[in-house]
Ligand binder design. Sequence first.
Ligand SMILES: [Zn+2]
Length: 98
Amino acid sequence: MAICPVCGLPDELCMCAQIAREQQTVRISIDSRRYGKTVTVIDGIDENDIDINDLAKQLKNKCAAGGTAKDGRIELQGDHKKKVKAVLEDMGFTTESK
Ligand SMILES: [Zn+2]
């Protein structure tokens, strides 16, 4: 059984990830690129607490969209603001949209 290095509890009792999510405010915005392309930008993610690649993968699945993750920022192709907000809040994140 895996033990959390932060709180010392077994993974299934550990609340660290959830607490980390609740303490972060993730910003969601829509950015228009050249040639009329729209991307949904999610930033404000603290990579020390959150596995951004895993989060990006889940968002891409839920939105059925392509995207990239780097430097604390996830970009999804297309306008998925509403869906992203719902998914992140379901996961326990606090979100803020511009
Ligand atoms: Zn923990």
